[in-house]
Design a protein. Structure first.
Lengths: 1085, 318
């Protein structure tokens, strides 16, 4: 630098000679400032990615400089997020690159008091040895004389935050090993969605996509805190509002969603079916149903069996209840003329078979199979299209809901009649040929003992209003993990195989033919399920699967009832399950009755935890709550614990399936550091090691595993399996090995393979369609060329219903898919969800089967009768129509059915540590007088593993709190920001108190109801710590899908911190004693 | 583009001589700060009527600017645990729970009857106002604070010496010294990103477009239309804050649409640049100094006449 430059660079010189007389601008600019360039501009490369938090699936851009991720922000090209991110998405850089990430494998030896570092290779070898040993020791060929070919000694939990490819490989590996207790967050979050939406419409996923909400004229958000839990998706609600839509939020609390709604309706937690039933009753008594839609596209006209008896006839239960066994025989619920499918010939045999199926389905969450659709019913039903027949579905529904009056809604839900009338008017005024309304819900609906029926109730309402399959309509299931939809579709779930094919049951599904015959339908696309199943077996077992050996169907382990994650906890406590994989899930915080979760883990021989940080489920043996209370002593715990650091989404390629069924690809940006590896790597190399160790074994159980096709290509310095190759396996291949482009190409003769039939097409033409990122600005609002949606890239499901029966749009304003008479094809803004050339007036011949049996107005092509179901004659185990029941732990009696206050078929697990409260109104129930509801906050994520360790998120919500009204605070002496202790029969926790009018007391059942809000994110580890709300919840489940009830439970609250040490258990026991709560309490049918 | 002839006024501080560089309307803030042919003045319009209080702005800001964590304290102020803008908080979302009807935010329903809906929850993301007349900048003795070509006000961390003069100068309490570091920090309106044609991190992240970034003129037009629309749909409380070039800070580069009085959000109702009266004060000080000098001179003159020196009189006192 010359002297001249040096002088000229001097600010004073510049001030005196330039145009900045005050020296506050150009003259003051430093050399560093002048040279500033954003790191988004200087990055070596920008990698397309997808946010790893919730299931909105926002696009992300990952900026890499010198092989390090330097910035992560929104991708403006994404049609769903348009470049925006919520606080969690915005904290992705800290989450993936922050110092909370572990990079070293850790080992805790039996009875050990400390972690020890372990090298990755040794750790993998040890885990492989333990898998082999435990499998051998616990292998069972038969149960009660029926082949099962499995082990109950090993279980796995986690998958919703993993890629589809990882879920696929994990399920394949575990199934190949004979492990059936494979579960993930989908069980505890949205399993009831699959049963609720699936039985109603045919597929268990959201019926629409996020951007389509902007076309709604009314959006009812209920059972969801949309703005807080899915902030970036909420922009589409705001778009609708800006266009004049009415936004209604029905929720116990006034949340950040309510703050932006036009109307907030406070409701008693656990009473939503009464509310929705009231809306249904309003629609039917006022004649507000969309009659032409209802007649053509729903089963309203179908005549039901004369034997069927409604809850209105039987004081709160449907016909077919076996009160001893606590389940229904649904035979009487069938359509008139429906013959029970016979496998053995004689009517008696058929009946027994049916009953066996019921028992099996009841025990095994069968309601989720087929995506819960595709229940086999007569393809052509007896119908009365005048809807006047007393046994037609329409009349049955009308009668069932006749008592759900505004007065009843007020009494049960605590919603004043005037407010209820506003919701009725908003909804009915905005539904019809020219207007549509959408519903959005989340786990506020799913997590109940009648969770599937909550969703069914919304389905019935939306079908009556004609809002399904139409733009601006639909039911938006808001899922909350990046790929929780994917981990349902390619399930790490015990009861499902990929594509909602059911896992086979011992006995009932002895052969492939018996299995197919029991599962397929006679009409629609489920009629071809043999092709889907055989193609899956070819993908699993490759060349070993032949026609002669039933394509290795016998290799699949068999179910003998429920093996859900909650059953697994019981199996751990009972010493049956000895080895446990936790793959990105934290049940010590996130699952109901967190204490029992930990006690179960303390019974294990070995535990493998794969996560980013040392979550509570990895450290309970040294610093868990039971160590503090003295219930456990570290030195006494024999469980061996392996901790493996996991790779982040930026460190691996793969696809997430978002809440609207879009498979979106994220590209690896950098290699993972240290010992961190992807689950794809873990599954592949664990399988490889086990194979190597078993090679040459002539143990027949080992032979089953060795037949598994396990030759995934690997790449790079870490031998990472090529994710795209796994996706190609999922997509499927034809006889020549070329990628298939549609599931209609699948064959049942072993010539095709396909790892998940509903994903067939994601690799069409050999191109990874999930990786498509054509900017939304370059396409229409449907954005069909962004990523790929199952099935067949359809964005709005059942969109045949967006046209009238004659194929013309219902209205100009709501045109979406219609029949082009000239070209004799369906066309429009989306891929038609219908056979493309099937004319609207088509009537199939009487002998037609499968897809050929579809009529031109069968808008629900996955349903056995082609119709949307107002009434579910099959598929659900707790009734054909949603009925209001109280939660398991409720302070209220049932105003509708005093004799049967709670679902008569709910699943209970009575045992020490899982005691229930006395029924509402019963002696002792007043010991737990308040209603607790649990929820998420925007600033945190699920059980906290991806937020409590991030300082930028922790500081925004730094402490666990409870929300109470000023009235409750006064009643119990609670002070704002002071401490409170919340107590149930299971446990007691402490929380800071927020006194707020946002949780208003309600008048219901003739008394005041106080509700207590508890966010469930906290646990003892991380930057921000606190008690876990799930300590309070009991394990009590929806019988359809085995989801737990954590959205409404009774409790007591009192000021001050909870006791420490043994006094904590003493407090809980004292409450139980006062309530008379024992292991036998609360089990009345 | 707003081009502006650099002022040739000999006394730019004078209140009586045309454009005033310390208060009053100032249409060419960047040009007057010596930037030749500056781009349009850029700013934020924060429309709090669509804010969902998600705090994405706070996190996106921290991630981009690598700002340290700012304390893990539950404040009890609704969901606001950030509490205030400061050295390590450049975006702050305020939460106000009010016993006022929810309706009114573009309500498409009639008045909601009954008590339950008589509640609203205001959320607003606050930020440095990037004042037209920025006292922090005026008082900065090192030239660390400077006016950029975008009209924004930025601290240069390589220049700041931590004197702290800017801290009391800000009428909004925005700028603050960071503990352990000593230097002053605040929102830069992502000056580095702007230079590359990118929008600030907070505005980019904002899920509902509550934070809008753009040329200030455009934002002001958009904001006026938004207020009009809100008034038309039954939100009479909607008003703009900081958009008026005639206000005490010459208008803010970051202004807001509020649904209640500014005080409700913790904003000063009528902020005035604390250096507004600087020229007058200097003049007064100058007069005082002159008077003092004159007085001293008179004393000396008088003393001279008396032939005695003060020292002579008190010489032995010390």
């Amino acid at each position: 630098m010359g002297v001249r430059t040096w002088i000229q660079d001097w600010p004073v010189y510049r001030q005196l000679t330039g145009n900045d007389p005050l020296g506050r601008g150009a003259a003051a600019e430093s050399r560093r400032t002048a040279a500033l360039r954003p790191r988004t501009d200087t990055a070596d490369r920008v990698v397309g990615s997808i946010c790893p938090y919730c299931a909105v699936g926002c696009g992300q851009l990952v900026y890499v400089k010198d092989e390090r991720v330097v910035q992560i922000e929104g991708d403006p090209d994404s049609p769903v997020s348009r470049g925006r991110l919520c606080p969690k998405g915005s904290a992705t850089l800290q989450m993936t690159t922050g110092d909370a990430r572990a990079h070293q494998v850790l080992y805790r030896r039996p009875h050990g008091t400390e972690w020890e570092p372990l090298d990755l290779d040794t750790a993998m070898d040890m885990v492989a040895d333990r898998v082999i040993a435990t499998r051998r020791a616990t292998w069972e060929w038969e149960v009660n004389g029926a082949r099962v070919a499995r082990t109950l000694g090993i279980a796995s939990l986690g998958g919703a935050v993993l890629d589809n490819e990882e879920n696929y490989l994990l399920k394949k590996l575990f199934t190949g090993l004979g492990i059936v207790q494979v579960e993930n967050q989908a069980r505890v979050c949205h399993s009831s969605t699959v049963a609720g939406l699936g039985t109603s419409f045919g597929r268990g996923g959201a019926t629409t996509f996020m951007q389509d909400l902007q076309n709604a004229d009314c959006v009812v958000i209920q059972g969801s805190n949309f703005a807080e839990a899915h902030p970036v998706g909420f922009q589409w609600v705001m778009e609708a509002k800006a266009r004049g839509a009415t936004i209604v939020h029905v929720d116990p609390r006034f949340t950040r969603t309510s703050a932006l709604a036009d109307l907030h309706v406070p409701i008693r937690a656990g009473s939503d079916i009464a509310f929705l039933g009231g809306l249904i009753n309003h629609v039917l008594t006022e004649g507000k149903e969309f009659r032409e839609y209802v007649v053509a596209y729903t089963n309203a006209a179908t005549i039901v069996n004369d034997d069927f008896r409604d809850t209105e006839d039987l004081a709160g239960v449907f016909s077919g209840l076996d009160p001893e066994k606590g389940h229904y025989d649904p035979t009487s619920w069938q359509y008139r003329g429906a013959a029970i499918r016979s496998l053995a010939g004689s009517p008696d045999a058929a009946r027994n078979e049916a009953l066996d199926r019921i028992a099996v389905e009841h025990g095994a969450a069968g309601s989720e199979s087929h995506g819960a659709g595709g229940q086999d019913v007569p393809p052509r039903t007896k119908r009365d299209e005048t809807l006047r027949h007393p046994r037609c579905v329409f009349q049955l529904v009308k009668r069932h809901y006749a008592r759900y009056t505004p007065e009843l809604v007020e009494e049960v839900c605590g919603v004043p009649r005037e407010t209820f009338a506003q919701v009725c008017d908003a909804l009915t005024a905005n539904s019809g040929p020219d207007r549509t309304s959408a519903f959005a819900y989340a786990v506020g609906w799913t997590q109940h003992t009648v969770g599937a029926q909550y969703i069914r109730a919304a389905c019935v309402l939306q079908l009556l209003l004609g809002n399904i399959g139409r733009p601006g309509g639909g039911i938006q299931a808001l899922r909350g993990h990046a790929s929780i939809q994917g981990s349902s579709d390619i399930p790490t779930l015990f009861n499902l195989l990929p594509g909602y094919l059911p896992m086979p049951h011992a006995g009932a599904h002895g052969t492939l033919d018996a299995f197919v015959d029991a599962v397929r339908t006679r009409k629609g696309y489920w009629a071809d399920m043999r092709a889907y199943m055989v193609s899956l077996l070819k993908a699993y077992y490759g060349d070993a699967a032949t026609a002669e050996n039933d394509y290795c169907f016998d290799h699949l382990p068999r179910l003998t009832g429920s093996h859900s994650t909650y059953d697994t906890v019981m199996a751990q406590l009972d010493g049956v399950c000895k080895g446990y994989f936790l793959l990105g899930e934290n049940p010590a915080v996130g699952s109901a009755n967190a204490r029992l979760q930990r006690l179960g883990m303390a019974h294990l021989d070995w535990l493998v935890v794969r996560d980013f940080s040392l979550i509570e489920s990895a450290t309970w043996w040294r610093d868990g709550p039971e160590i503090e209370t003295g219930e456990m002593v570290t030195e006494d715990i024999a469980t061996e614990v392996f901790f493996f650091p996991a790779a982040a989404h930026t460190e691996k390629s793969g696809s997430f399936t978002n809440t609207n069924r879009w498979l979106q690809w994220h590209h690896a940006a950098v290699e993972p550091e240290g010992d961190a590896r992807s689950e794809l790597w873990f599954a592949h190399h664990l399988g490889r090691r086990v194979r190597e160790k078993l090679a040459g074994s002539d143990d027949p159980a080992d032979r089953l595993f060795l037949d598994l096709a396990w030759d995934h290509p690997v790449e790079g310095p870490l031998d990472e399996p090529i994710a795209a190759a796994v996706l190609a396996e999922i997509n499927g291949r034809g006889p020549e090995g070329a990628p298939l482009s549609a599931y209609t190409q699948l064959r049942d003769d072993g010539s095709t393979s396909c790892g998940c039939w509903i994903y067939c097409g994601v690799f069409a033409d050999g191109v990874n369609q999930a990786a498509r990122r054509r900017p939304h600005t370059e396409q229409d609002w449907v954005a069909a060329e962004w990523a790929w949606a199952w099935p067949a890239n359809r964005r709005v499901l059942y969109n045949r219903a967006s046209a009238a029966p004659d194929g013309t749009p219902w209205s100009e304003r709501k045109a979406y898919v219609w029949w082009d008479a000239a070209k004799r094809r369906w066309t429009g803004h989306d891929v038609p969800d219908f056979p493309p050339g099937l004319a609207p007036d088509h009537v199939p011949g009487r002998r037609a089967k499968g897809v050929a049996a579809l009529r031109g107005d069968d808008a629900f092509i996955m349903q056995g009768d082609g119709k949307g179901w107002l009434y579910a004659p099959a598929g659900l185990v707790d009734g054909p129509m949603p009925t209001h029941y109280e939660p398991q732990d409720s302070p209220f009696p049932n105003a509708l059915h005093p004799e049967h206050p709670r679902s008569p078929v709910r699943l209970m697990f009575p045992r020490a540590g899982n005691e229930y409260h006395p029924a509402g109104g019963a002696r002792g129930s007043s010991v737990y007088p308040y209603v607790v509801t649990t929820y998420r906050l925007t600033e945190h994520f699920t059980a906290g593993g991806m937020s409590r360790w991030q300082p930028y998120l922790a500081e925004l919500q730094p402490e666990f709190f409870c929300e109470v009204s000023p009235e409750l605070a006064a009643e119990r002496g609670l002070e704002h920001t002071g401490w409170a202790t919340v107590i149930t029969a299971r446990n007691a926790i402490e929380a800071r108190v927020l006194v707020t009018r946002r949780v208003p007391p309600l008048r219901a059942g003739g008394r005041t109801v106080h509700q207590i809000g508890l966010p469930f994110h906290w646990g003892p580890n991380g930057c921000t710590t606190g008690d876990a709300a799930n300590e309070l919840a009991a394990i009590v489940l929806d019988p359809n899908v085995h989801i737990q009830e954590v959205k409404a439970l009774s409790a007591d609250i009192r000021p001050g911190r909870r006791p420490r040490g043994p006094a904590l258990r003493a407090l809980v026991a004292d409450y139980r004693r006062r309530a008379g709560s024992t292991e036998r309490t609360g089990q009345e049918v | 583009m707003a081009t502006h002839e650099p002022t040739s006024e000999p006394l730019p501080l004078s209140p009586s001589s045309g454009p005033h560089l310390l208060h009053g309307p100032e249409p060419a803030v960047a040009a007057d700060a010596g930037h030749d042919n500056p781009p349009p003045r850029m700013g934020f319009f924060t429309d709090t009527s669509v804010c969902i209080g998600c705090k994405a702005c706070e996190v996106a800001c921290k991630e981009w600017n690598a700002i340290p964590e700012d304390g893990l304290d539950l404040t009890g102020m609704s969901y606001d645990n950030t509490a205030a803008l400061g050295a390590s908080t450049w975006r702050h979302v305020a939460f106000i729970e009010q016993p006022k009807p929810l309706g009114g935010q573009e309500a498409h329903l009639g008045e909601a009857p009954g008590a339950p809906s008589d509640l609203r929850w205001l959320m607003a993301s606050d930020v440095c106002k990037h004042c037209t007349h920025a006292a922090c900048l005026d008082v900065c003795p090192t030239g660390s604070l400077f006016r950029t070509e975008f009209g924004t006000v930025v601290v240069q961390e390589d220049i700041c010496n931590g004197c702290g003069y800017c801290v009391p100068a800000c009428p909004f309490g925005v700028i603050e010294q960071r503990e352990g570091d000593g230097r002053a920090w605040k929102c830069t309106l992502c000056y580095d990103r702007l230079g590359a044609g990118q929008e600030p991190a907070c505005a980019k992240a904002c899920p509902t477009d509550s934070i809008q970034f753009g040329p200030l003129d455009e934002l002001r037009e958009r904001a006026a239309a938004r207020v009009e629309r809100l008034h038309g749909t039954g939100v009479p409380d909607a008003r703009l804050y900081g958009e008026d070039p005639g206000d005490g800070i010459g208008g803010a580069g970051a202004f807001f649409l509020l649904l209640d009085e500014p005080e409700v959000y913790g904003l000063p109702p009528d902020p005035v640049v604390t250096t507004r009266d600087l020229p007058a004060m200097w003049r007064a000080a100058g007069v005082a100094a002159l008077a003092l000098l004159g007085g001293l001179a008179a004393v000396f003159a008088g003393a001279g006449r008396n032939g005695r020196t003060p020292r002579g009189r008190n010489g032995s006192a010390t």
